[in-house]
Design a protein around this ligand. Structure first.
Ligand SMILES: Nc1ncnc2c1ncn2[C@@H]1O[C@H](COP(=O)(O)OP(=O)(O)O)[C@@H](O)[C@H]1O
Ligand SMILES: N[C@@H](CCOP(=O)(O)O)C(=O)O
Length: 299
């Protein structure tokens, strides 16, 4: 039995739309065993009543892509998914499924693909690199996807607390991308370029003042704010209490990056969502520098 563990991820991270992502310290687990006949999938935790247990399952789909690439044909597979990452909330559940499937399949074929090949294959399946890269590598990862190639660089995360406030409804990434414009204003692009520079400088120097300044965005949040009741209020009311309040991935989850007052910030985030009739819960977590890992391989 092969057992792999994959972190949740928060993509976009302020100005880093489709580019920047960070690993978080809560995990999905994927267990895989080669069997004599066909496919059996068991799901525990998040999505157990809604995710397919057929060949449509994303974990299986990712495994199949890797097997095809390396020319391997297992007789049958048993897959057990133990899910802690809620689906379609902006915490990289699809990336975790893809990366979990790829890493387990790669372990089964004795590491035929390198990490770089896994990043590339995972990005091809997901469509954007900003969740799959930190899911595989941990830390904060800057990635660029061009001509079907991912260029990526990992940097270590400074000490931080992340308050993750998760609304009680799903918003698929594809739906949330529909509200984005085809073109943006030149000054908005310049704003994001400069803030991305500041944010990365802040992370590299571990300078929280620069991180706070750098977390601002004009590329995706202003558009998505319109379909996410509560987010604007949370951002404007709580910005001064934290280093930054940003949308996690494509939403609806909102995260606060902070050094202190995490419980108070979490409670207030829930209250501001409630004022807009959105039920939500919060968890306090930390970033992780450790990406997906094989925690067991017993023949
Ligand atoms: N653990 C899982 N196992 C299989 N498929 C999953 C799993 N988690 C997510 N998915 C697939 O990914 C979809 C959610 O992806 P997406 O809309 O990108 O949201 P997220 O922001 O959580 O990544 C689910 O509807 C499901 O099809
Ligand atoms: N850059 C993507 C990130 C989607 O992240 P997810 O966690 O919501 O899947 C986007 O903003 O569309």
């Amino acid at each position: 039995m092969i057992d792999v563990k994959v972190p949740a991820t928060t993509a976009n991270l302020g100005p880093g739309f489709d580019t920047l992502g960070m690993g978080l310290s809560f995990y999905n687990e994927v267990q895989v065993k080669e069997t004599a006949s066909d496919l059996e999938i068991e799901i525990k935790g998040e999505g157990r009543t809604q995710l397919p247990t057929t060949k449509d399952n994303l974990i299986y789909q990712a495994m199949k892509q890797l097997f095809t690439k390396v020319g391997y044909k297992p007789d049958g597979l048993y897959i057990k998914a133990i899910n802690n990452i809620p689906l379609a909330r902006g915490l990289g559940s699809s990336a975790a499924a893809i990366v979990g499937g790829l890493l387990a399949a790669n372990e089964l074929v004795e590491d035929k693909l390198s990490i770089s090949e896994l990043v590339n294959l995972a990005t091809k399946i997901e469509g954007h690199p900003d969740n799959v890269s930190p899911a595989l590598l941990g830390g904060i990862v800057v990635s660029n996807y061009k001509n079907n190639r991912v260029i990526y660089e990992k940097i270590a995360v400074p000490e931080l607390k992340i308050v993750v406030c998760i609304p009680d409804y799903e918003l698929s990434t594809s739906k949330s991308r529909e509200v984005l414009p085809q073109q943006v204003q030149f000054d908005d692009a310049v704003f994001n370029v400069s803030h991305m520079g500041l944010l990365l400088t802040g992370f590299l120097k571990q300078d929280y003042k620069i991180i706070k300044e750098g977390l601002k965005d004009r590329l995706h949040q202003p558009y998505r704010e319109k379909i996410l009741p509560g987010f604007e209020k949370i951002r404007t009311q709580l910005e001064s209490k934290a280093l930054g309040i940003v949308l996690s991935g494509s939403g609806p989850t909102v995260i606060a990056l902070t050094l202190e007052d995490e419980e108070e910030i979490g409670r207030k985030m829930v209250d501001f969502f409630a004022e807009e009739d959105v039920e939500a819960k919060y968890v306090v977590t930390t970033p992780t520098n450790q990406g997906a890992q094989v925690i067991m391989n017993k023949k």
